[in-house]
Design a protein. Sequence first.
Length: 122
Amino acid sequence: MSLQMRLSAITLDCADPLALAAFYQQATGLEPHPKSNADFAGLNRADGLFIGFQRVDDYRAPQWPDQTLPQQIHLDFEVEDLDEAETRLLELGAGKPEQQPNEARWRVLTDPAGHPFCLVRG
């Protein structure tokens, strides 16, 4: 008998949960969780998926692709137009590492807290 599991939440460590939640809210259009605060903020998706952002003292951002501070997890977002999505996210405060393994198919960006995420052609 297999175990039935449904992904319900993804939580990222960061120094400023409200700021990181605002970045992802602007990027995705997800709804802010009504109980978000300075220690833990979140976004809700209509199907129930929750993306959380928790404050960690002395947070140190991962360094992609360097593994001195490994990424440990990253998110992928499908987009119709890589260039348009990249431009918009950079305007919102994302960063773009020099290392881009396959820019024609996907883009590696970093959120304002340093977490790498990918834009993939949908």
